[in-house]
Design a protein around this ligand. Structure first.
Ligand code: GUN
Length: 292
Protein backbone atom coordinates (compact mmCIF):
# COMPACT_ATOMS: atom_id res chain seq x y z
CA UNK A 1 0.00 0.00 0.00
CA UNK A 2 1.31 3.46 -0.93
CA UNK A 3 0.25 6.40 1.21
CA UNK A 4 -0.30 9.41 -1.03
CA UNK A 5 1.46 12.33 0.64
CA UNK A 6 -0.50 15.44 -0.29
CA UNK A 7 1.45 17.63 2.10
CA UNK A 8 4.82 16.79 0.53
CA UNK A 9 3.42 17.02 -3.02
CA UNK A 10 1.89 20.41 -2.25
CA UNK A 11 5.21 21.65 -0.81
CA UNK A 12 7.00 20.57 -4.01
CA UNK A 13 4.44 22.34 -6.21
CA UNK A 14 4.57 25.53 -4.12
CA UNK A 15 8.37 25.58 -4.51
CA UNK A 16 7.91 25.15 -8.29
CA UNK A 17 5.43 28.05 -8.32
CA UNK A 18 7.75 30.29 -6.28
CA UNK A 19 10.65 29.59 -8.65
CA UNK A 20 8.45 30.55 -11.61
CA UNK A 21 7.21 33.73 -9.90
CA UNK A 22 10.77 34.83 -9.19
CA UNK A 23 11.66 34.22 -12.87
CA UNK A 24 8.65 36.31 -13.96
CA UNK A 25 9.49 39.15 -11.57
CA UNK A 26 13.20 39.08 -12.51
CA UNK A 27 12.17 39.43 -16.16
CA UNK A 28 10.18 42.56 -15.30
CA UNK A 29 6.79 40.85 -15.04
CA UNK A 30 4.11 41.36 -12.41
CA UNK A 31 3.95 39.46 -9.12
CA UNK A 32 0.60 37.54 -9.04
CA UNK A 33 -1.94 39.04 -6.63
CA UNK A 34 -4.74 37.01 -5.01
CA UNK A 35 -7.47 38.68 -2.97
CA UNK A 36 -9.69 36.73 -0.55
CA UNK A 37 -13.00 37.96 0.86
CA UNK A 38 -14.03 36.48 4.22
CA UNK A 39 -17.47 37.18 5.67
CA UNK A 40 -18.09 36.40 9.36
CA UNK A 41 -16.10 34.17 11.73
CA UNK A 42 -16.83 30.55 10.76
CA UNK A 43 -14.00 28.48 12.27
CA UNK A 44 -13.39 26.37 9.17
CA UNK A 45 -13.43 29.39 6.84
CA UNK A 46 -11.04 31.33 9.10
CA UNK A 47 -8.57 28.43 8.94
CA UNK A 48 -8.90 27.98 5.17
CA UNK A 49 -8.42 31.67 4.44
CA UNK A 50 -5.46 31.95 6.82
CA UNK A 51 -3.84 28.98 5.05
CA UNK A 52 -4.54 30.54 1.65
CA UNK A 53 -2.78 33.77 2.71
CA UNK A 54 0.19 31.75 4.06
CA UNK A 55 0.34 29.77 0.81
CA UNK A 56 0.48 33.06 -1.14
CA UNK A 57 3.53 34.06 0.90
CA UNK A 58 5.17 30.67 0.24
CA UNK A 59 4.59 31.13 -3.51
CA UNK A 60 5.87 34.70 -3.63
CA UNK A 61 2.42 36.14 -4.43
CA UNK A 62 0.93 39.35 -3.19
CA UNK A 63 -2.25 38.70 -1.17
CA UNK A 64 -5.06 40.87 0.19
CA UNK A 65 -7.56 39.77 2.80
CA UNK A 66 -10.85 41.67 2.88
CA UNK A 67 -12.96 40.97 5.96
CA UNK A 68 -16.60 41.76 6.69
CA UNK A 69 -18.88 41.02 9.61
CA UNK A 70 -21.75 38.66 8.82
CA UNK A 71 -24.12 41.64 9.03
CA UNK A 72 -22.88 42.82 5.60
CA UNK A 73 -25.73 43.15 3.10
CA UNK A 74 -25.81 41.32 -0.22
CA UNK A 75 -25.61 44.67 -2.04
CA UNK A 76 -22.48 45.65 -0.10
CA UNK A 77 -20.80 42.32 -0.87
CA UNK A 78 -21.74 42.62 -4.55
CA UNK A 79 -20.19 46.07 -4.54
CA UNK A 80 -16.96 44.63 -3.10
CA UNK A 81 -16.94 42.01 -5.90
CA UNK A 82 -17.40 44.78 -8.47
CA UNK A 83 -14.44 46.71 -7.06
CA UNK A 84 -12.23 43.61 -7.18
CA UNK A 85 -13.37 42.93 -10.76
CA UNK A 86 -12.23 46.44 -11.69
CA UNK A 87 -8.97 46.49 -9.69
CA UNK A 88 -6.26 46.04 -12.31
CA UNK A 89 -3.69 44.93 -9.72
CA UNK A 90 -5.82 41.97 -8.53
CA UNK A 91 -5.25 39.01 -10.88
CA UNK A 92 -7.68 36.67 -9.17
CA UNK A 93 -9.93 36.57 -6.12
CA UNK A 94 -12.16 34.31 -4.10
CA UNK A 95 -15.15 34.84 -1.86
CA UNK A 96 -14.89 32.20 0.86
CA UNK A 97 -18.02 30.03 1.19
CA UNK A 98 -20.33 29.45 2.98
CA UNK A 99 -21.90 32.91 3.14
CA UNK A 100 -24.54 34.00 5.68
CA UNK A 101 -28.07 32.81 4.84
CA UNK A 102 -29.31 36.27 3.78
CA UNK A 103 -26.78 36.40 0.91
CA UNK A 104 -27.25 34.42 -2.29
CA UNK A 105 -24.01 32.51 -2.94
CA UNK A 106 -25.00 31.95 -6.55
CA UNK A 107 -25.57 35.67 -7.13
CA UNK A 108 -22.16 36.46 -5.66
CA UNK A 109 -20.40 33.76 -7.72
CA UNK A 110 -22.05 35.01 -10.91
CA UNK A 111 -21.01 38.59 -10.11
CA UNK A 112 -17.31 37.61 -10.16
CA UNK A 113 -15.56 38.33 -13.47
CA UNK A 114 -14.96 34.79 -14.81
CA UNK A 115 -11.46 35.88 -15.89
CA UNK A 116 -10.58 36.43 -12.19
CA UNK A 117 -12.56 33.45 -10.85
CA UNK A 118 -9.60 31.39 -9.61
CA UNK A 119 -12.01 29.15 -7.63
CA UNK A 120 -13.50 28.02 -10.95
CA UNK A 121 -17.05 28.35 -9.58
CA UNK A 122 -18.49 30.77 -12.19
CA UNK A 123 -20.85 29.05 -14.67
CA UNK A 124 -18.58 30.08 -17.56
CA UNK A 125 -15.64 28.23 -16.01
CA UNK A 126 -17.82 25.27 -15.02
CA UNK A 127 -19.24 25.08 -18.56
CA UNK A 128 -15.85 25.42 -20.23
CA UNK A 129 -14.46 22.71 -17.94
CA UNK A 130 -17.36 20.41 -18.86
CA UNK A 131 -16.57 20.67 -22.57
CA UNK A 132 -12.81 20.50 -22.16
CA UNK A 133 -11.91 24.14 -22.92
CA UNK A 134 -9.09 26.02 -21.12
CA UNK A 135 -10.42 27.51 -17.86
CA UNK A 136 -9.95 27.68 -14.11
CA UNK A 137 -10.72 24.24 -12.69
CA UNK A 138 -11.94 24.14 -9.10
CA UNK A 139 -9.15 23.38 -6.71
CA UNK A 140 -10.17 20.11 -5.05
CA UNK A 141 -10.79 18.09 -8.25
CA UNK A 142 -7.73 19.66 -9.86
CA UNK A 143 -5.62 18.66 -6.84
CA UNK A 144 -6.87 15.08 -7.02
CA UNK A 145 -5.98 14.86 -10.73
CA UNK A 146 -2.52 16.20 -9.89
CA UNK A 147 -2.01 13.59 -7.14
CA UNK A 148 -3.08 10.79 -9.49
CA UNK A 149 -0.66 12.11 -12.14
CA UNK A 150 2.29 12.62 -9.81
CA UNK A 151 1.87 9.13 -8.32
CA UNK A 152 1.69 7.58 -11.84
CA UNK A 153 -1.75 6.11 -11.17
CA UNK A 154 -3.29 4.85 -14.40
CA UNK A 155 -6.86 6.10 -14.83
CA UNK A 156 -7.52 5.54 -18.54
CA UNK A 157 -10.19 2.90 -19.05
CA UNK A 158 -10.49 2.29 -15.29
CA UNK A 159 -13.75 2.15 -13.40
CA UNK A 160 -14.05 5.20 -11.13
CA UNK A 161 -16.77 5.74 -8.55
CA UNK A 162 -17.30 9.30 -7.28
CA UNK A 163 -19.22 9.40 -3.99
CA UNK A 164 -21.02 12.72 -3.73
CA UNK A 165 -22.51 15.20 -6.22
CA UNK A 166 -21.63 18.65 -4.86
CA UNK A 167 -20.95 21.52 -7.25
CA UNK A 168 -17.49 22.05 -5.72
CA UNK A 169 -16.21 18.45 -5.77
CA UNK A 170 -18.44 15.57 -6.90
CA UNK A 171 -19.81 17.01 -10.15
CA UNK A 172 -16.55 18.52 -11.50
CA UNK A 173 -14.59 15.44 -10.38
CA UNK A 174 -16.89 13.14 -12.34
CA UNK A 175 -16.68 15.42 -15.40
CA UNK A 176 -12.90 15.49 -15.31
CA UNK A 177 -12.43 11.76 -14.66
CA UNK A 178 -14.68 11.06 -17.66
CA UNK A 179 -12.87 13.35 -20.12
CA UNK A 180 -10.26 11.93 -22.47
CA UNK A 181 -7.69 14.65 -21.70
CA UNK A 182 -7.90 14.12 -17.91
CA UNK A 183 -9.08 10.86 -16.36
CA UNK A 184 -10.34 9.01 -19.46
CA UNK A 185 -12.13 6.64 -17.05
CA UNK A 186 -15.58 5.05 -16.88
CA UNK A 187 -17.31 7.08 -14.19
CA UNK A 188 -20.22 6.32 -11.87
CA UNK A 189 -21.54 9.00 -9.52
CA UNK A 190 -23.15 7.72 -6.32
CA UNK A 191 -24.89 9.78 -3.64
CA UNK A 192 -27.04 9.47 -0.55
CA UNK A 193 -30.01 8.10 -2.54
CA UNK A 194 -28.06 5.59 -4.65
CA UNK A 195 -29.08 1.95 -4.47
CA UNK A 196 -26.45 -0.82 -4.53
CA UNK A 197 -23.86 1.63 -3.27
CA UNK A 198 -21.73 -1.16 -1.83
CA UNK A 199 -21.75 -3.12 -5.11
CA UNK A 200 -20.91 -0.01 -7.15
CA UNK A 201 -17.92 0.73 -4.91
CA UNK A 202 -16.77 -2.90 -4.86
CA UNK A 203 -16.53 -2.85 -8.67
CA UNK A 204 -14.40 0.32 -8.70
CA UNK A 205 -10.67 0.57 -9.45
CA UNK A 206 -10.67 4.14 -8.13
CA UNK A 207 -13.01 5.52 -5.44
CA UNK A 208 -13.18 9.25 -4.76
CA UNK A 209 -15.12 9.78 -1.52
CA UNK A 210 -16.63 13.27 -1.23
CA UNK A 211 -19.92 12.58 0.52
CA UNK A 212 -19.20 14.47 3.76
CA UNK A 213 -20.00 11.60 6.12
CA UNK A 214 -17.22 10.52 8.51
CA UNK A 215 -15.87 6.99 7.85
CA UNK A 216 -18.66 6.28 5.34
CA UNK A 217 -16.52 4.08 3.06
CA UNK A 218 -15.85 0.83 4.92
CA UNK A 219 -13.61 -2.14 4.11
CA UNK A 220 -16.50 -4.29 2.79
CA UNK A 221 -17.03 -1.69 0.01
CA UNK A 222 -13.46 -1.67 -1.35
CA UNK A 223 -11.97 -4.05 -3.91
CA UNK A 224 -8.46 -5.23 -2.98
CA UNK A 225 -5.92 -3.18 -4.96
CA UNK A 226 -8.25 -0.19 -5.41
CA UNK A 227 -7.08 3.44 -5.25
CA UNK A 228 -8.98 5.41 -2.59
CA UNK A 229 -9.05 9.22 -2.49
CA UNK A 230 -10.61 10.74 0.63
CA UNK A 231 -12.02 14.27 0.30
CA UNK A 232 -13.84 14.29 3.66
CA UNK A 233 -12.91 16.88 6.31
CA UNK A 234 -15.62 16.66 8.97
CA UNK A 235 -14.75 18.18 12.34
CA UNK A 236 -15.53 15.51 14.94
CA UNK A 237 -15.54 16.54 18.64
CA UNK A 238 -12.49 15.08 20.40
CA UNK A 239 -11.66 16.26 23.93
CA UNK A 240 -8.14 14.79 23.73
CA UNK A 241 -7.16 17.28 20.98
CA UNK A 242 -5.96 20.82 21.73
CA UNK A 243 -8.66 22.35 19.54
CA UNK A 244 -11.38 20.04 20.87
CA UNK A 245 -11.95 18.34 17.51
CA UNK A 246 -10.20 16.19 14.93
CA UNK A 247 -10.59 16.09 11.18
CA UNK A 248 -12.32 12.94 10.03
CA UNK A 249 -12.32 11.69 6.44
CA UNK A 250 -15.10 9.90 4.53
CA UNK A 251 -13.05 6.67 4.63
CA UNK A 252 -12.67 4.21 7.51
CA UNK A 253 -8.91 4.53 7.04
CA UNK A 254 -7.90 2.07 9.80
CA UNK A 255 -9.68 -0.81 8.09
CA UNK A 256 -9.55 0.26 4.42
CA UNK A 257 -5.87 1.29 4.03
CA UNK A 258 -4.36 -2.20 3.99
CA UNK A 259 -6.67 -3.22 1.12
CA UNK A 260 -5.61 -0.38 -1.20
CA UNK A 261 -2.84 0.03 -3.74
CA UNK A 262 -2.89 3.78 -2.92
CA UNK A 263 -4.81 5.85 -0.37
CA UNK A 264 -4.84 9.48 0.80
CA UNK A 265 -4.79 10.19 4.56
CA UNK A 266 -6.90 12.81 6.36
CA UNK A 267 -5.34 15.21 7.18
CA UNK A 268 -2.37 15.50 4.82
CA UNK A 269 -3.90 14.09 1.64
CA UNK A 270 -6.27 16.06 -0.57
CA UNK A 271 -6.51 19.10 1.78
CA UNK A 272 -3.03 20.60 1.23
CA UNK A 273 -3.39 20.03 -2.53
CA UNK A 274 -6.58 22.07 -2.69
CA UNK A 275 -4.92 25.29 -1.53
CA UNK A 276 -1.93 24.55 -3.73
CA UNK A 277 -4.18 24.32 -6.82
CA UNK A 278 -5.69 27.71 -5.94
CA UNK A 279 -2.11 28.98 -6.10
CA UNK A 280 -1.62 27.36 -9.54
CA UNK A 281 -4.84 29.00 -10.73
CA UNK A 282 -3.61 32.35 -9.40
CA UNK A 283 -0.30 31.91 -11.22
CA UNK A 284 -2.29 31.19 -14.41
CA UNK A 285 -4.38 34.32 -13.73
CA UNK A 286 -1.23 36.42 -13.35
CA UNK A 287 0.04 35.04 -16.66
CA UNK A 288 -3.37 35.52 -18.35
CA UNK A 289 -3.00 31.87 -19.35
CA UNK A 290 -6.68 31.20 -20.10
CA UNK A 291 -8.18 34.64 -20.67
CA UNK A 292 -6.87 38.07 -21.72
N1 GUN B 1 -15.43 26.77 1.00
C1 GUN B 1 -14.99 25.49 1.02
N2 GUN B 1 -14.14 25.26 0.02
C2 GUN B 1 -14.03 26.41 -0.68
C3 GUN B 1 -13.28 26.80 -1.83
O1 GUN B 1 -12.57 26.02 -2.44
N3 GUN B 1 -13.43 28.09 -2.21
C4 GUN B 1 -14.25 28.97 -1.58
N4 GUN B 1 -14.33 30.20 -2.04
N5 GUN B 1 -14.95 28.64 -0.50
C5 GUN B 1 -14.84 27.36 -0.06
Amino acid sequence: MTLIDGKATAATIKAEIKAEVERIVAAGGKRPHLAAVLVGHDGGSETYVRNKVLACEACGFRSSLIRYEDTITEAELLDCVKQLNEDADVDGFIVQLPLPKHISEQKVIEAIDYRKDVDGFHPINVGRMAIGLPCYISATPKGILELLRRYDIETSGKKCVVLGRSNIVGKPMAQLMMQKQYGDATVTVCHSRSRNLREECLAADIIIAAIGRPEFLTADMVKPGAVVIDVGTTRVPDATRPKGFRLCGDVDFANVASLCSHITPVPGGVGPMTICMLMLNTLAAGKREYYQ
